[in-house]
Design a protein around this ligand. Structure first.
Ligand code: HEM
Length: 220
């Protein structure tokens, strides 16, 4: 008799990615002791006192309020298991997520991108990320309202992939700091690559899935 295994590589990768998202969200929350009240000697706020008080501080605290929750909510909302077990929670938390991303995370990210560390290339990368994330969230929401659930699922996976850029940026920063790798181009490059590369990976996996290639190689 043939034994069937419930293990699959895509599931294992998604699980590990979920663990990383939770780990980074918690470590970001631990940094808040430098932000409330603002400590202008801390890594991120150093040199920002000049423009902090005003629009930037509103954007900054709005961003802090919903940044980590949007990542945590994202892990729950993309889970098929969570949706099937608690469809009502999926709908309610989904509404909170759409409102939080469209009203808080994306506009505040766009506003803060103006003053991004290292200048214009990083600013353009993060500003574009804010716009693309807002567009994907809005389309994901519309497709749910129209009950086109296949498209809804795809657009909301794109949104979550884009939100995960925060995890990629911090992982690259962490790796650079433990290896003492200091290059001026690293941060601007990461501000683009942190969302373009995962988005490209997502689109490739989607296409491989549709063509049947992924099923053939992974048994998904
Ligand atoms: C649409 C997606 C996002 C955009 C466009 C965005 C944009 C930005 C920008 C422009 C900055 C300032 C960077 C700089 O000055 O160099 C920033 C900082 C920050 N972002 Fe986001 N962000 C997004 C998603 C997230 C998410 C999902 C989190 C959750 C962890 C997050 C947490 C933070 C925090 C805590 C900071 C302050 C600096 C730090 O402690 O690392 N952001 N973000």
């Amino acid at each position: 008799m043939q034994r069937t295994s419930s293990f699959s590589w895509p599931q294992a990768v998604v699980f590990l990615a979920g663990v990383l998202v939770w780990k980074v969200s918690i470590s970001v929350l631990l940094q808040y002791r430098h932000y409330i009240p603002p400590d202008f000697d801390s890594d991120f706020l150093f040199g920002r006192e000049e423009y902090f008080w005003g629009v930037y501080s509103w954007a900054f605290y709005a961003h802090l309020a919903f940044g980590p929750p949007s990542l945590i909510l994202g892990t729950l909302l993309v889970s098929d298991r969570f949706r099937k077990r608690t469809p009502k929670w999926h709908r309610w938390l989904g509404r909170v997520q759409v409102a939080g991303v469209l009203l808080l995370v994306a506009p505040s990210g766009l506003c803060m991108s103006w003053h991004a560390e290292t200048g214009a290339i990083a600013a353009a990368g993060l500003g574009s990320l804010a716009i693309v994330t807002a567009v994907c969230t809005a389309i994901g929401w519309r497709t749910a309202v129209r009950r086109d659930f296949a498209s809804h699922r795809r657009w909301m996976w794109r949104t979550f992939t884009l939100l995960c850029s925060a995890v990629v940026i911090r992982s690259v920063g962490g790796l650079a700091s433990v290896t003492h790798f200091e290059a001026e181009w690293l941060y601007p490059l990461t501000c683009w690559a942190s969302w373009l590369m995962p988005l490209l990976a997502f689109e490739s996996i989607e296409r491989l899935g549709k063509s049947g290639l992924l099923v053939a190689t992974t048994g998904r």
